[in-house]
Design a protein around this ligand. Structure first.
Ligand SMILES: Cc1cc2nc3c(=O)[nH]c(=O)nc-3n(C[C@H](O)[C@H](O)[C@H](O)COP(=O)(O)OP(=O)(O)OC[C@H]3O[C@@H](n4cnc5c(N)ncnc54)[C@H](O)[C@@H]3O)c2cc1C
Length: 435
């Protein structure tokens, strides 16, 4: 049987493994294996909600092992660390015990493939800024989002206990990067603070509120979106009392201060870095596969590696041509479209036919600004005129994007049951995790 191995069970990889398992694995026309360094999947665009405690991770995680059983593919827990292209073999690193990192649960293993699909996503790019990696928290993975949530909670509790005369705000948070992640997180923090005050976790007698500063190096926040979306978002952030600063790049991150090019020194109890991405460094060491400056695999429009036609890549870790000299952007929407393209392309390949070319369609972008508001542009088709949307209706559309991902991987029935369970659970919880 033809062996298809997909590495990375994120927005793109899990959808592809599910579709291929249901189609080819079930009928035993191919053996489909999904490899991931984690045991569970969570849709990455939800991570800012995990960080603010408004999303219950136990409800929203998908266990790969169970999902694989239900969708006729094999799950292999491990981290890709090497590749031997002539022997068609991957090397997976040892899996350590999370509680006792010295103890090995699974030893390093080889895995053979006929067709390999790399869907490793991306991670934070610090651009070599002094102290950023050491002093700032990032939001790439579930453990990082959980760590940020705990830090936020502890810092709020500590600030309630101390009486700092002369401090204008009980807690100072600085977010570096005015893209979608930074903006969405800033808005979520206000929701978190309101609930913590309501339940008296964050002292309600504190003078002033948490100060949230959003720093963007470029001339405007949300640079990838149209200017009217930036303007509407800036207005809403002002209403949420978030201090937005643009055009003043950060040059250093210290333990409790962020320093900008203009010489501003901004006090910070917690600094969050959300200012750029690069693909995982391991991709640059995979048996000579061609990568760009940020480690993304250079792929043709067929999504095949420029160095090896048996290797495909999708999502954030792939550098794929779009229009003119622009490349497909690193977004969940692109990973989803590429998963659908590869689902058909891999079947064509098994039949010995040409795989065709991937065409990215931009259906717009939505930015969440808390539980009841969002801003963005949508277009019903790639040719149609863009429609500006904001407020509650935009928030409903934003939530629908996640439901669409769930429906693609878990099916409509499970998604609908999930919506009902989640709504009932929310009736009986504070809205934000308090511990
Ligand atoms: C807070 C936040 C908000 C976002 N909001 C939006 C949004 O609103 N709209 C939008 O379009 N996009 C958004 N994005 C971007 C979006 O999440 C990514 O573009 C998308 O998840 C990319 O999908 P992917 O399949 O390429 O990778 P991912 O979804 O990142 O999945 C990568 C997978 O690979 C695994 N992996 C990594 N390295 C290895 C290895 N060496 N071995 C084995 N497994 C490995 C990881 O565990 C992970 O499961 C957001 C991102 C963040 C962080």
């Amino acid at each position: 049987m033809h062996r298809i191995v997909i590495v990375g069970g994120g927005a793109g990889g899990l959808e592809l493994a599910t579709r291929l398992g249901d189609k080819l694995g079930r009928s035993k026309r191919a053996h489909v294996t999904l490899v991931d360094r984690c045991a569970t999947h969570i849709w990455k665009p939800l991570l800012h909600e995990v960080a603010s405690g408004s999303l219950d991770t136990h409800v929203h995680q998908i266990a790969y092992a169970a999902h694989a059983r239900w969708h006729h593919f094999e799950f292999c827990h491990g981290e890709l660390i090497g590749l031997n292209r002539s022997q068609h073999t991957l090397l997976l690193g040892a899996v350590a015990d999370a509680e006792h990192p010295g103890e090995v649960v699974l030893p390093p293993r080889d895995l053979e493939y006929d067709t390999l699909i790399l869907a490793l996503g991306s991670q934070t790019h610090f651009f070599g800024i002094t102290g950023a990696q050491e002093n700032a928290i990032t939001l790439d993975t579930l453990p990082q989002a959980e760590r940020l949530r705990r830090r936020l909670l502890q810092t709020c509790v500590k600030s309630s206990a101390r009486k700092d005369a002369g401090r204008s705000s009980p807690v100072d948070i600085v977010i570096i990067g005015g893209g979608a992640t930074g903006v969405e997180l800033a808005a979520e923090l206000r929701r978190m603070e309101a609930v913590l005050r309501e339940f008296k976790v964050h002292g309600s007698d504190q003078p002033g509120e948490m100060s949230v500063t959003l720093l963007e190096a470029g001339p405007r926040i949300l640079p990838a979106l149209p200017p009217d979306v930036t303007a509407a978002t800036s207005d809403q952030l002002r209403d949420l009392r978030i201090d937005v600063s643009v055009g003043d790049p950060v040059i250093a991150v210290e333990n409790d201060t962020v320093v900008t090019q203009s010489g501003r020194r901004i006090p910070s109890d917690i600094t969050i870095w959300a200012a750029g991405i690069k693909a995982p460094a391991c991709l640059a060491k995979l048996d000579g596969l061609s990568v760009n400056k940020i480690n993304q695999l250079n792929v043709a429009r067929t999504l095949q590696s420029e160095s090896d036609p048996d290797i495909f890549a999708l999502g954030d870790c792939a550098s794929c041509p779009w229009t003119g000299d622009r490349m497909v952007p690193p977004r969940a929407q692109a990973a989803h479209q590429q998963a659908i393209f590869l689902f058909h392309a891999i079947q064509a390949r098994l039949r010995g036919e040409a795989v065709g070319e991937f065409r990215y369609s931009d259906y717009g972008s939505l930015i969440s600004l808390g539980p009841t508001s969002a801003v963005g542009v949508i277009s019903p088709s790639s040719q149609a005129k863009r429609i500006f949307v904001k407020g509650r209706i935009a928030r409903v559309m934003y939530s629908a994007l996640y439901r669409k991902h769930l429906a693609a991987v878990s099916g409509l029935r499970k998604t609908l049951v999930g919506i009902v369970v989640d709504s009932l659970r929310r009736l009986n919880t504070p809205g934000v995790k308090l511990h």
